[in-house]
Design a protein around this ligand. Structure first.
Ligand code: GLC
Length: 561
């Protein structure tokens, strides 16, 4: 595999609105991020992915961009952004931005001009279609529920397409002028010093030739819009546009790019992340998608630790010899990993949180932490649907009601999946608003902040935070890097419930990573003679006669002779 500058890095996602507020308005901002860079440096992370900070009405929390080259005043200024780039560079760190170009905001000047003249040049930046007999052009349901079509104000029977909310009109990538705008904007940021991009919702940019309704798949009479993405023409278009992005923007800058790619055929993996692929990396969403139901969140199954293990291991094997997947247990669209993958009674248990961390951080691929993960932040509490901010959760709640659930049941079922779980402010201290803001936080702080916060863990032996630091420094240690970054991967005793174990080998070293993802003891025969114990989450593991015994929720890394 070709060696690249980003392969031995550790990445960290910042969701700016909830990271750190510097001016007391209750909303996180770029100066707040700068103020916390030493925390991130101390943790050992290198590449920071910033969720959108562009000018935006925040209808989908910044994933609705009104100006691709402007910073939203709530987050700061372009000068703040330049300062962040300089401050990270000084610390040997990198910043990647979020490239959200499947759609923009309905408040972007392009869309405003398009609405005033849908047949004009800016009309061709979007998808306008005529309806039939008062009905929208197709019966596609958007990602957040409801039709993907909204009527153009004042125009009878003309609609515009939005796969996400009505304030996120889809950009028409078939129009070369749109692609030109995107390439220029991407190059503008790369020239400014951004190291690359996380690429949002990108599989949606290729649209099919024929736009047809599908058989309805829910009581709302609509059909999942994703069905059209499988169309061969849509797929071919996607590949063409991604090739252009790579050739005209990413490759000339040697940028690091990570795609938000769902529903790929394993056969496409080399096209996306292989040598000369569209992206440097793409997220492995296999565990995140486990248990999801076409009916909606209310019908989703909760995965357990073994499901997480099996998904992660299968993906690692698929990507072997091809490229680097990006490994997550959570992000701004998912529940908190510890709440989602660990059994309920263990979600807040630091031992269990560390055991899960060991697996994620030492798998092949690139580890991505999400803000607050490093201290074991958990899902929050939802007293009522009125307190929910996220558009997605509100859509899923409506779908649950439509399926006949009572309001209380609907809330109880969608709450564990809500995107607000990951969006509560980062818990820095046990003081006012968890040290996130001097004012009133835009979204309530998780009530467990008095116990779970950075201050309580920083420098405290045995804490989740200190264990993450150890995992990261082990990964970066020159002695073990060949094995842990570029080396092979072989699962060990995968059939054993509650155990996630694998061997990483490279550079003449073999390391066994063994994590007890259960509340009982786990014993495993070592796949080789035991050498030094390089790391243990709690205490020391018991090693005798070629057998490793792990205490409940204990994780260890053992060098094999
Ligand atoms: C991606 C983002 C999500 C956003 C959507 C629309 O899935 O991660 O937060 O709502 O795209 O941009």
């Amino acid at each position: 595999m070709e060696r690249k500058w980003w392969q031995d890095k550790v990445c960290y996602q910042i969701w700016p609105k909830s990271f750190q507020d510097s001016n007391g308005d209750g909303v996180g901002d770029i100066p707040g991020i700068i103020a916390r860079l030493d925390h991130l440096k101390g943790l050992g992370v290198d590449i920071l992915w910033l969720s959108p900070v562009y000018k935006s009405p925040l209808a989908d929390q910044g994933y609705d961009i009104a100006d691709y080259r402007g910073i939203d005043p709530r987050f700061g200024t372009l000068e703040d952004m330049d300062r962040l780039l300089a401050e990270t560079k000084r610390r040997g760190m990198y910043v990647i931005m979020d490239l959200v170009a499947n759609h923009c905001s309905d408040e972007h000047p392009w869309f405003r001009k398009a609405l005033s003249d849908p047949e004009g040049p800016y009309g061709r930046y979007f998808y306008f279609r005529k309806g039939e007999n008062g009905a929208p052009p197709t019966n596609w349901r958007g990602y957040f529920g409801g039709s993907v079509w909204s009527p153009v104000p004042g125009r009878k029977d003309l609609y515009y397409l939005h796969l996400f909310c009505e304030k996120q009109p889809d950009l028409n990538w078939q129009n070369p002028a749109v692609r030109r705008e995107v390439m220029e904007m991407v190059n503008w940021w790369l020239d400014r010093g951004v190291a690359g991009f996380r690429i949002d919702a990108i599989v949606n940019i290729g649209k099919p030739e024929r736009w047809e309704s599908f058989a309805p798949d829910r009581p709302d009479g609509l059909a999942d819009c994703r069905k059209m993405l499988a169309d061969p023409v849509a797929r071919r278009r996607l590949h063409t546009y991604l090739g252009q992005l790579r050739d005209e923007a990413f490759a000339p800058h040697d940028a690091f790019t990570v795609g938000e790619v769902f529903d790929t055929d394993p056969a496409e993996l080399s096209l996306f992340i292989g040598r000369g692929g569209f992206f440097s990396s793409m997220f492995d969403f296999s565990a995140a998608c486990w248990g999801k139901s076409p009916k909606g969140w209310y019908a989703a199954k909760k995965p357990g630790p073994d499901d997480y293990r099996d998904c992660a291991f299968a993906s690692a094997r698929q990507a072997a010899g091809i490229g680097f997947l990006s490994n997550i247990i959570e992000n701004h669209d998912e529940p908190r990993g510890v709440s989602h993958y660990l059994p309920e009674e263990a979600a807040s248990d630091p031992r269990a949180q560390k055991a899960l961390a060991a697996v994620q951080m030492l798998l092949p691929g690139l580890p991505f932490l999400y803000q607050g993960q490093e201290i074991g932040m958990t899902n929050t509490v939802f007293p009522s649907i009125d307190g929910v901010d996220d558009v997605n959760t509100r859509g899923e709640y409506a779908a649950a009601l439509a399926a006949g659930l009572s309001p209380a049941e609907a809330l109880a079922r969608v709450a564990p999946m809500s995107r607000d779980n990951a969006r509560t402010p980062v818990q820095w201290t046990d003081g006012h608003a968890a040290g996130f803001t001097a004012g009133t936080p835009w979204l309530p702080v998780n009530p467990n902040y008095t116990r779970v916060n950075v201050q309580a863990q920083d420098g405290v032996a045995g804490s989740v935070l200190e264990f993450y630091k150890q995992l990261i420094s082990l990964r970066k240690n020159d002695k073990y890097k060949e094995a842990l970054v570029w080396g092979g991967f072989a699962p060990v005793h995968q059939e054993q419930p509650g155990l996630a174990a694998f061997v990483r080998d490279g550079g003449g070293r073999r390391l066994l990573v063994a994590s007890n993802l259960s509340g009982g003891e786990q014993r495993l025969e070592l796949p080789g003679a035991a050498g030094a114990v390089l790391l243990c989450s709690d205490g020391a593991p018991a090693l005798a006669h070629g057998v490793l015994t792990l205490a409940p929720w204990q994780a260890a890394v053992v060098e094999l002779a």
